[in-house]
Every structure is written in structure tokens, then in C-alpha cells.
Write a protein that binds this ligand. Structure first.
Ligand code: AMP
Length: 129
């Protein structure tokens, strides 16, 4: 069965998209640690990040870096943190989290946002890419 992220890629379910190439997609995490929490994924569905072939892995890092630089310009924060977990969704994703404090790095610390907030933040980040 296709992962929830493959369904976002195919357009079957919606997402607040930030950036897209033929190989990668960046969109806002629906349950963010902090406003601007973004996920970067390869379009190919692979479960674990270190199972990606080296070329795709390095390209994912380059794509994530580009998104992180835009994110830091668009969302007030001290820096952008990067985490890979994958215990919930078995489709490689890089978490980019605008950090204002250590709490923002904790996945037990969540921020409630309205759909207008998600829309605005996604557009703000996309504006710097
Ligand atoms: P993990 O697999 O533990 O790295 O976490 C998966 C992340 O995906 C969590 O932060 C979820 O909030 C996020 N997530 C799950 N479903 C969606 C979705 N439909 N759109 C955006 N983010 C999602």
C-alpha cells in the first residue's frame, strides 16, 4: 500500500507544499513542533534513509539544505534543526524545524496552527526558494 507521503505526491491527499522538483517534495508537517516545521521527502518510496542509494541521499541533503536556508529567512528562529526519525511514516523524510528553544526539538512539544497559518507559512517559505 502506498505511504501517506506517496499519496501526497500523487495528489490523493492535500499538503501545504513548500518546494517541489522532479525527485523531491517539501511540505509542512501537519502536527508541527514549531511553526514552519517542514518535511523533505524523495518521491521514490523508501522506508529508511540510509537505504537510499548514495546519489539520491546526497541529493536529498542538498534539497533539504536549500529548503532550510529559505525556512530560516521566512520564519523567525535561532536556527533550523534537522532530524530524521521515521518511526511513524515509513517513507524517508527529513524534519526541518525552526528552533527558538530546545523544546522545539522535542517531538512531544507540539504547536496548534489554523489552516490559514499553514497556508501563509508555506507561501512565505516558498517565497525564499
Ligand atoms: P516520524 O515518522 O516519526 O519521523 O514522523 C512523521 C511525521 O509526519 C510526524 O511529524 C507527523 O506529524 C507527520 N505527518 C504525518 N502525516 C502527515 C500529513 N498527512 N501531512 C504532513 N505531515 C504529516
Amino acid at each position: 500500500m502506498a505511504s501517506i507521503f506517496s499519496k501526497i505526491i500523487s495528489g490523493e491527499i492535500p499538503a501545504y507544499k513548500v518546494a517541489e522538483t522532479d525527485q523531491f517534495l517539501a511540505f509542512l508537517d501537519i502536527n508541527p513542533n514549531a511553526p514552519g516545521h517542514t518535511l523533505c521527502i524523495p518521491k521514490v518510496e523508501v522506508d529508511k534513509i540510509f537505504d537510499l542509494d548514495e546519489d539520491l541521499y546526497l541529493k536529498l541533503m542538498a534539497f533539504s539544505r536549500k529548503v532550510a536556508i529559505a525556512l530560516e529567512k521566512a520564519v523567525p528562529c535561532k536556527r533550523v534543526g534537522m532530524t530524521v526519525i521515521g518511526l511513524e511514516v515509513p517513507h524517508v523524510h527529513v524534519h526541518l524545524i525552526p528552533l527558538r528553544s530546545m523544546d522545539d526539538a522535542k517531538f512531544t512539544h507540539k504547536t496548534l496552527l489554523e489552516s490559514e497559518d499553514f497556508d501563509r507559512i508555506a507561501k512565505d517559505i516558498a517565497g525564499f526558494i
